[in-house]
Design a binder for this molecule. Structure first.
Ligand code: TUI
Length: 314
């Protein structure tokens, strides 16, 4: 069985985090992952504090195990969500899409383990100084908001820049990816796209089917011009956005074009106007299964890869 420092730190069985996917990762999915021995994470996304409080209550009604909340730092509600997670004293807070400095003190004082997503060495050093418990090094293969560097080059550089445990994310969907992440120095993995196929993931069936049918070339990155690149499935909406972006549409109109598109995908399964966030591993996810089975299958797969690795040494 694969265990690492991160398991003891957080009190989980397997070193697997479920990514905090906005509109998608709710209390039900988070509880299913935590019950499966990983760390389930509720995504705050752009939602208000009260939504997050409700989802924490739902998760806690379904599991006794540790749970996390992901705070999306670009959200207009980030301040109130930060307050709610401190009051609720969730076990772990992960942050994404920015610099979490201003909240670190209040979260640490509430006894919360803070695990920021970092996309660079500079941010790694900063959050290490500020008392993070671990970091998530997320490469640009991931879905949603993406950084510049790939997982392959980001993870070892983040490992060299901090003594904290590093969780690798971006481009990991099975035991091979997880084993590779451990070889790069990671102590754990975070997966988002793979959990879109979980039975307990309540996205619109159209969204789920699109993931299950996707191939290797099905994702693209839009939004670079406004400074917030986002990876999603190559749908009519993504193509239209891309065209507008490079066709000179003014910034405010471009911003308006994107607003609400993720909700249309997750809730309505709107294949024309929805933004279906997904990582490059979408092509590797082809069947629906319980979240607990995903956690176990990925870790057992990694174990097999690692046990077989000595065949390379002659
Ligand atoms: O955050 C994510 N994934 C996301 S957030 C999102 S919603 C969204 N809404 C509007 C615009 C853009 C996105 C959908 N998917 N992943 C974690 C992540 N964090 N990836 C990269 C980063 C990151 C980037 C820059 C973390 C820190 C950072 O620091 C910037 C700085 O301030 O120096």
């Amino acid at each position: 069985m694969i265990r690492s420092e991160i398991c003891e730190l957080i009190g989980i069985e397997y070193p697997v985090f479920q990514g905090g996917m906005a509109w998608i990762a709710d209390g039900k999915l988070a509880a299913a992952v935590s019950n499966g021995g990983g760390l389930g994470i509720i995504a705050a996304g752009n939602a208000p504090g009260e939504y997050v409080r409700e989802q924490i209550a739902i998760a806690r009604s379904l599991t006794q195990k540790p749970i996390g909340v992901n705070v999306m730092l670009l959200s207009p509600c980030a301040d109130e969500v930060a307050q709610v997670v401190a009051e609720e004293k969730v076990d772990v807070v992960t942050t994404g899409a920015g610099n979490p400095s201003k909240y670190m003190e209040v979260w640490k004082n509430a006894g919360i383990k803070v695990v920021p997503v970092v996309a660079s060495v500079g941010m790694t050093k900063l959050v290490t100084r500020l008392g993070a418990s671990a970091v998530i090094a997320e490469g640009g293969e991931s879905g949603g908001h993406v950084g510049e560097l790939t997982t392959m080059v980001l993870v070892p550089q983040v490992c060299d820049a901090t003594d904290l445990p590093v969780i690798a994310a971006g481009g990991i969907a099975d035991g091979r990816g997880a084993a590779a992440a451990f070889m790069l120095g990671a102590q754990g993995v975070q997966m988002g796209t793979r959990f879109l196929s979980a039975c307990e993931c309540s996205i619109n069936p159209v969204y789920k089917q699109k993931i299950l049918k996707a191939n290797d070339l099905c994702t693209m990155v839009t939004g670079k011009r406004l400074g917030h690149p986002v990876r999603s499935l190559r749908t009519p909406f993504a193509r239209e956005y891309f065209k507008a972006e490079y066709g000179g549409m003014p910034d405010d109109e471009l911003e308006a074009l994107g607003t609400g598109a993720l909700r249309l995908a997750v809730k309505d399964g709107d294949a024309e106007h929805g933004c279906f966030l997904a990582g490059q591993v979408a092509g590797m996810v082809s069947r629906e299964q319980p979240a607990a089975e995903i956690v176990r299958e990925v870790m057992e797969g990694a174990e097999q890869v690692l046990l077989g690795a000595s065949k390379w040494v002659k």
